[in-house]
Design a protein around this ligand. Structure first.
Ligand SMILES: [Zn+2]
Length: 437
């Protein structure tokens, strides 16, 4: 059966993606991106409101009596220097909130999210005769700061546009091109960040006996903090304590007054979370005391995201909907004769059918990987996969996959995006499997 032409072709989507990728914008500065979204949405018949929670865009399509579905994409980029070598790589620089001149890159994939949601918006507007209800498309600012979703809620998102029955969010992740994943229940860990200032007493490096050396104190503290997971957390539980930053001193023969640690904690279980945070405080204070510090340490919590728990019934319903959708090509993967090279050496066929992981407990790593005649890891297949063609993978997702080598930070940041949904305080749906990222 011949396929019906879609409102946005693969070429149009790819061009939009490349344009967004080449023009990244920092958090709460997504003016160009928001304008592109608003202009297109208005042209497709959406009732568009801009400037919600800063640069946020809300597009409503009231399609008669029925439920309200909120579809969300985040728009902001990161202060990262792009080194992908792509012909549409970002060369953008901008001033960050502190006034520093920084490079800017869509290193977290929000350019993909905007592209996907605009593609869906075009499709849903063209197909409005086939469903009833209200669509509420949200293009959210400042996910990277963790405050964009809250800014929109604080700006009256639900009071002004209605409270949705379901929220659908997504994030690109390290899956092969043409594959999506979804998961019921607990899907992303909680994240807590803090800055610890350890106070010592500085002095000349030749007379340590007259000082309280905060560098030795910091070193002991860092090592002791590692015992929280290894010695205080059950093997059946999960936690991560990372000290990502340690700064003290400026000269080799001067003992400084203080050392500053910056920590991040990932947990799944609220009880483990509280216990881990309490253990950090206990160890930091005790090590300071053990060193004879002149005053207790300062512990400042700088960021906190709850874990993400996807609504189980909602995931099941989306899962069923994806399966029920008509296939783009019978028989799964379509071979077109040309190949697209992905980062990390993976190779994927162009324009193949979409495969779906989930929504149960399968993890992507459990999927078998096949090698081609040259022994290269290529397309993956496994019992968790089902060939599908409901969602167009095409060049956009291949482009995502090409960028997988851009940095693991993108995947870590994915958690923050998903966690932002938690701030919306309504049933949530997000694609992925349980992760500490
Ligand atoms: Zn992200």
């Amino acid at each position: 059966m011949a396929e019906r032409p879609l409102p946005m072709s693969d070429d149009e989507l790819a061009a939009l993606y490349r344009d967004l990728h080449a023009h990244p914008e920092l958090s709460f500065c997504e003016h160009r991106t928001a304008a592109i979204a608003a202009e297109r949405l208005a042209a497709w018949g959406y009732d568009v409101t801009t400037g919600v929670g800063g640069t946020g865009v809300v597009a409503v399509l009231d399609n008669g009596p029925g439920p309200t579905a909120l579809l969300r994409a985040d728009m902001d980029a990161l202060p990262v220097q792009e080194q992908t070598g792509l012909d549409y790589a970002s060369v953008v620089r901008a001033n960050d909130a502190a006034g520093n001149d920084v490079p800017v890159m869509h290193a977290c994939g929000h350019d993909v999210h905007v592209t996907c949601l605009l593609g869906a918006a075009a499709h849903l507007a063209a197909d409005r005769g086939r469903y009833a209800g209200k669509l509420m498309l949200v293009f959210q600012p400042a996910e990277e700061l963790g405050s964009g979703a809250q800014a929109m809620v604080d700006d009256g998102l639900y009071e002004r546009f209605g409270r949705p029955d379901v929220v659908l969010g997504q994030h690109v992740g390290p899956l092969p091109a043409g594959m999506i994943g979804m998961h019921q229940g607990l899907s992303y860990s909680a994240s807590d960040s803090m800055t610890v200032t350890l106070h010592g007493r500085g002095g000349h490096g030749s007379r340590p006996e007259a000082t309280v050396d905060p560098i030795v104190l910091a070193a002991a503290t860092v090592l002791r903090l590692q015992t929280i997971v290894s010695r205080e957390t059950s093997s059946t539980e999960s936690a991560v304590v990372t000290i990502g930053s340690l700064h003290a001193g400026a000269k080799e023969n001067v003992i400084p007054d203080e050392a500053v640690l910056r920590l991040n904690v990932r947990t799944f279980n609220p009880r483990v979370r509280q216990r881990t945070l309490a253990a950090i405080e206990r160890i930091v204070r005790a090590e300071s005391q053990a060193s004879g510090a002149p005053k207790p340490p300062d512990i400042d919590y700088t960021g906190s995201f709850p874990s993400l728990v996807n609504d189980e019934a909602g995931v099941a319903r989306v899962w069923g909907g994806v399966h029920a959708a008509p296939r783009r090509r019978a028989g799964g993967r379509q071979r077109t004769g040309h190949r697209q090279r992905g980062c990390g050496g993976a190779r994927h066929r162009g324009r193949r059918a979409v495969r779906v992981l989930g929504p149960g407990r399968q993890r992507p790593r459990a999927v078998r990987r096949r090698r081609d005649a040259q022994g290269r890891l290529g397309g993956r297949a496994g019992p968790a996969e089902q060939p599908l063609a409901a969602v167009r993978a095409g060049r956009v997702t291949d482009a995502v996959d090409r960028r997988r080598g851009a940095g693991d930070g993108r995947a870590r940041l994915a958690a923050r995006s998903v966690s932002s949904l938690a701030a919306l305080d309504i049933p949530r749906l997000v694609a992925w499997t349980p992760s500490r990222q």
